[in-house]
Design a protein around this ligand. Structure first.
Ligand code: DMJ
Length: 456
């Protein structure tokens, strides 16, 4: 089924928005997000590995030809360093490792080089935004006192380690190791990492902590850096398990109805709200269970299972059986969105991602059932003639479509669905680590960095 879904999403993108970043499936035209500046083709680059894995050979070939001829980084564009890294660098790296086609390696390294000026700050903590022509960087104007964002500068590690590996140029890995060093030197309130860090002063901004937006993939990359290093990156490992310990103590709570959730922490006060983005953490806890200190393995799996259950409830308690952007545990509700501007669903993957990890790590059939419910809901409410669209209010009787087919729907949501219903030996976890946009990167063996590259 996910293959049919991918075909529908891809064919319509190709028909109506080929070469542009994303598709507007209702108005049947291109959609450009300013996150990528005028770098084009986000959907193509994000989808390459999904096409490859699903054995959509014709489509993969067309996509590759587009990359060869048209993917151009010599543009005057201000881009989000994080978004371009996870989608474009990550997408190109995976396409290279899966297919062995040199063009993807070349383009990934070329793009990586364009991103390097982002690190020209007093601390080496990169800017959020970078003009890839002039090399001038800056931060989001809304971010606390000119800060960089934890989930942005903390989500470069996996890709940059691979860029050094593939180019022979150590500079990429040095940049991300320096981020680690800066973080390790800082005092952390209650052992937690605030979402904001000023790249000039090297001091934290506001003490807001989140395992959802602004924080999320920083934690994910600590764990995955350790796994991707064939478990040699002890620093990443320690930082991850220490962080989880602090998160458990200060952010994880159980509702009176028995649902475990991860709240947001604001200078010591809890906001009892959990984002759809935070739902990825179920999969993360389960993936990290194996390496958890002493007797904690079962506990981390259990934590993953509880987060998966809570996130499933957030879907099940809506009319459309698709989860809202954020749901609350206060004011008499549990796992329900109460604010109008938190009721949307934009084809995000995190809940399905967690089902996939839980399935692989426990083989409890309920995760496939829950995944299937999501497929039915997507088909019923998000599928339109011209592709797949997000929904403005998942509690409503009728769909109000947002008219965007996000590129991560093809790279993540559909890939994780496909993996959920595949055998465990397709991209096995011993050999592959998924970047935060679901692009698989091979584990770098300690004895031989190259031999495993083409493991499938
Ligand atoms: C994706 O770009 C990545 O999963 C990122 O980590 C978070 N946001 C979207 C999907 O929701």
């Amino acid at each position: 089924v996910s293959l049919q879904m991918m075909k529908h999403a891809w064919d319509n993108y190709k028909h109506y928005a080929w070469g542009l970043n994303e598709l507007k499936p209702i108005s049947k035209q291109g959609h450009s997000s300013n996150l990528f500046g005028n770098i084009q083709g986000a959907t193509i680059v994000d989808a390459l590995d999904t096409l490859y894995i699903m054995e959509m050979k014709e489509e993969f070939k067309e996509a590759k030809e587009w990359v060869e001829k048209n993917l151009d980084f010599n543009v005057n564009a201000e881009i989000s360093v994080f978004e371009v890294n996870i989608r474009f660098v990550g997408g190109l790296l995976s396409a290279y490792y899966l297919s062995g086609e040199e063009v993807f390696r070349k383009k990934a390294v070329e793009l990586g080089e364009k991103l390097l000026p982002a690190f020209n700050t007093p601390t080496g903590i990169p800017w959020a935004l970078l003009n890839i022509k002039s090399g001038i960087g800056r931060n989001w104007p809304w971010a606390s006192g000119g800060s960089s964002i934890l989930a942005e500068f903390g989500t470069l590690h996996l890709e940059f380690v691979h860029l050094s590996h593939l180019s022979g140029n150590p500079v990429f890995a040095e940049k991300v190791m320096n981020i680690r060093k800066v973080l390790n030197r800082l005092d952390k309130p209650e052992g937690l990492y605030p979402n904001y860090l000023n790249p000039s002063s090297g001091q934290w901004g506001q003490h807001h902590v989140s395992i959802g937006g602004l924080g999320d993939s920083f934690y994910e990359y600590l764990l995955k850096a350790w796994l991707m290093s064939d478990k040699t990156d002890e620093d990443g490992k320690k930082m991850y398990y220490d962080a989880v310990q602090a998160i458990e103590t200060h952010l994880i709570r159980k509702s009176s109805g028995g649902l475990t959730y991860i709240a947001e922490w604001k200078g010591g006060l809890l906001e009892h709200k959990m984002g759809h983005l935070t739902c990825f953490a179920g999969g993360m806890f389960a993936l990290g269970a194996d390496g958890a200190p002493s007797d904690k393995t079962g506990h981390h799996i259990e934590l993953g299972a509880e987060i998966a259950r809570t996130c499933h409830e957030s879907y099940d308690r809506t009319r459309m059986k698709l989860g809202p952007e954020a749901f609350r545990f206060d004011g008499g509700v549990e796992a329900i969105a109460t604010r109008q501007n938190e009721k949307y669903y934009i084809l995000r993957p995190e809940v399905i991602e967690t089902y996939m990890y839980m399935w692989r790590l426990t083989h409890d059939p309920k995760y496939r059932q829950w995944g299937w419910e999501a497929v039915e809901a997507l088909e019923k409410h998000c599928r339109v003639d011209g592709g797949y669209s997000g929904i403005r209010d998942v509690y409503s009787n009728h769909e109000s479509h947002d008219d965007v087919q996000q590129s991560f729907f093809l790279s993540e949501t559909l890939k994780y669905l496909y993996l959920l219903f595949s055998e465990d030996d397709l991209l096995p976890f011993e050999h592959w680590v998924f970047n935060t946009e679901a692009h698989p990167l091979p584990v770098l063996r300690k004895d031989d960095g190259n031999k495993e590259e083409n493991q499938k």
